[in-house]
Write a protein that binds this ligand. Structure first.
Ligand code: GLC
Length: 663
């Protein structure tokens, strides 16, 4: 193994990419350094494996790293430290996970498999503790769940924990949930049952109780450089000229004054969440260490929280900057070397065009689909699918090897992340339309069925987002209170319509646990002084295990929603046409009825979804033009349909019609 003189290692400006020769030298040099530091500790097989993976990833890793830090005199030192983190984490990786890595490496696109179906929950609200959650695995299996996202489970800020997103220690489990051993045990149990564990990596910020923040507060300059401090308002004022406020109700702007230091610190979200300074390579290296620690606990999908915000640049809105992508590429390449069983999911709740930029093999192969989520609610409110259709036609297809995570509700609010362009295309004014949607879902529009509440209302712009559970936004709460059987049917129809779409449109459907039994808004958060200012708690109710008897009783709304979702899951698993493949959106000749084909190999289905409480017609001529045979069975209702005549879809009816062997 040759050793290279330091002088030949590249120090360069951020614009110039490394040449092949430089890349090769860097690689050899780093292997040499790692050999000296850890060589004796690795069995030969592992060493060969590492060299192979490094060979695959080094270009992306080094180019990205040098793009960020290449102009620093100490860039090689930091790259070496980063590599040491990777190698050390491989040394510490449990044997069972290493075996799992090998399995995943032989099936790289495992997350595209049709069996993938997601659920998300808060550990305490769903099961109490990590140990108790193990007892719920049979429930998850019955639902068909193979991907489980646990909301952040780490040690959090003592008062302002933002539902777990103000992390004080990435290596300690919130004692209310259990211990690190419990997490590892659960991860193993899930894996053995074919359920992939999904955990957050909250990497835009730490809580101000994290030891790095505490050391910064104690005056340690090195740690102050982990965050973004400003001694006066000059720069914060300049930044705020172009920044968008994220939590305007919580605090105006993006900075919080730290009396102890007499300085301002960057806080995009809550004041207790300090944004990390990725201009400092040490931050990236240490955060990679935290990430790989998590990977070694058995997580399979890492949700990159608030990915869009991690790099700041004066004169911009400090979202989706190229460096944010470069950072994710470094993390991804390093993870593929250290723990290739792990893939990333992007949480970018930004402009739809920007959401897509994180989705490719070098960054995140999975991504939330916030646009589809918003559009489904939009279509329910407007009773037409014009905006939805204009958007999905353009933006639904993803690059090879990537997949959407399609959801109706998450733990967060609903923001109207729909483009102005498509709102206009559908014939509305963007500002007025978004305002209408918020008003509609907060029940301020005459005739609205929804019972949501506003979140982060911006008093200066009038903008707001919406909180509320799926069933409450679909009108179930109101209908039950009014004991109105027709409205109850309609509300159930809405929930099953939306779930019908996310289960069949292509991608991984994600159920917010509780939605499947029609959980309603829970206003008790208003009695909790630590939660009452954050309306998102209204849609985070305790899972009502004691009411599960209702689910067994097939006449209740809970039971009907549960059965409907279960059935959709079964259809999804059994129908060949719903395997990963093409989704083609088609015109149905009716603005209220969404239509799309799902096609896989020789199998194809036409899916129809009526977004209104009226009976809606699709003409037989159109059905035949869409390739339907003369008679065909709707897989959802089991009824026989004739394409010889006009098809009438009942209120909110959702149909899956076979096109196989058509015409
Ligand atoms: C993400 C989370 C959200 C949290 C924010 C700040 O958007 O989903 O719940 O408040 O990040 O961490």
């Amino acid at each position: 193994m040759s050793s290279l003189p330091e002088a030949s290692l590249p120090h360069r400006s951020t614009s110039a990419p490394l040449s092949d020769g430089e890349l090769r030298k860097l690689k050899l040099r780093l292997i040499d350094r790692m050999q000296r530091r850890f060589g004796g500790d690795f069995p030969d097989g592992d060493w060969d494996l590492l060299e192979r993976r490094l060979q695959e990833q080094h270009q992306l890793l080094f180019q990205s790293f040098y793009q960020l830090y290449g102009d620093r005199f100490d860039s090689f030192y930091h790259l070496e430290e980063l590599m040491a983190v990777v190698f050390r984490s491989v040394l510490e990786r449990p044997a069972e996970l290493k075996a799992f890595d090998a399995l995943r490496e032989s099936d790289k696109d495992w997350y595209l498999a049709p069996r993938l179906m997601g659920a998300m929950c808060y550990v305490d609200l769903f099961a109490g503790t990590l140990r108790n959650l193990e007892a719920k695995i049979p429930y998850l299996i019955e639902l068909g769940i193979t991907y489980l996202h646990l909301m952040p489970i780490y040690k959090v800020h003592s008062t302002d924990c933002d539902g777990g997103y103000a992390v004080s220690d990435y290596r300690t489990i919130n004692p209310r949930f259990g211990t690190m051993e419990d997490l590892e045990h659960l991860a193993t149990q899930l894996r053995r049952h074919g359920i992939s564990l999904v955990l957050d990596f909250v990497f835009n910020h730490t809580s101000d109780e994290h030891q790095w923040a505490q050391r910064a507060l104690n005056g340690e300059r090195d740690y102050q450089d982990y965050y973004l401090f400003f001694k006066d308002r000059v720069l914060p004022d300049q930044y705020e000229r172009t920044l968008v406020e994220v939590f305007p109700e919580e605090h105006p702007g993006a900075f919080t004054y730290q009396t102890a230091l007499g300085q301002w610190v960057w806080t995009t979200f809550y004041t207790s969440q300090w944004d990390l300074n990725y201009r400092n390579p040490e931050v990236l290296v240490r955060m990679l260490d935290e990430l790989l620690f998590l990977a070694n606990r058995g997580v399979e999908i890492v949700r990159l929280d608030a990915i869009a915000f991690i790099w700041k640049e004066l004169g911009t809105n400090c979202q989706n900057l190229p460096q944010a992508h470069t950072i994710v590429s470094v993390l991804n390449a390093a993870t593929q070397i250290a723990a290739p069983a792990v893939v990333f999911k992007s949480e970018a709740i930004v402009h739809p065009d920007e959401v897509r930029t994180y989705i490719h093999r070098a960054e995140c192969v999975l991504s939330y689909n916030p646009e589809l989520m918003a559009l489904l609610w939009e279509s329910l409110a407007t009773r037409n699918i014009r905006t939805l259709l204009a958007s999905v036609r353009k933006r639904f297809p993803l690059p090879d090897g990537c997949v959407w995570v399609n959801y109706i509700r998450s733990h967060d609010d609903i923001g109207w992340s729909i483009t102005d362009e498509e709102i206009r295309e559908a014939g509305y004014d963007p500002v007025a339309h978004r305002r209408f949607l918020t008003q509609f879902y907060t029940g301020r529009v005459e005739g609205s069925f929804a019972e949501g509440v506003p979140f982060q209302e911006n008093s200066s712009t009038g903008d707001a987002r919406v909180s509320g559970t799926c069933a409450s936004l679909a009108g179930l709460g109101k209908a039950i209170r009014n004991q109105d059987p027709v409205e109850i049917d309609l509300a159930i129809g809405r929930v099953l319509l939306l779930y019908g779409v996310v289960m069949t449109i292509g991608g991984i459907p994600l159920i917010y646990l509780g939605d499947e039994i029609g959980s309603l808004n829970d206003e008790r958060y208003l009695d909790d002084p630590l939660r009452k200012a954050d309306s998102r708690w209204i849609h985070r109710p305790q899972f009502p295990w004691e009411q599960m008897q209702e689910v067994a009783d097939h006449d209740t709304p809970a039971a009907r929603i549960h059965d409907g979702i279960l059935k959709l899951g079964i259809i999804r698993r059994q129908n060949l046409a719903l395997r990963p493949g093409k989704t083609e959106f088609v015109g149905t000749g009716n603005d209220h009825v969404l239509g799309y084909f799902r096609t896989h190999a020789q199998a194809s289905v036409l899916i129809l979804a009526n977004f209104t409480e009226q009976v809606e017609a699709v003409e037989g001529r159109i059905l035949r033009g869409l390739g339907l045979r003369r008679t065909v069975i709707d897989q959802v209702s089991g009824m026989t349909i004739s394409s010889g005549t006009t098809l009438e879809l009942q209120p909110y009816q959702f149909m899956i019609l076979d096109r196989q062997g058509s015409r």
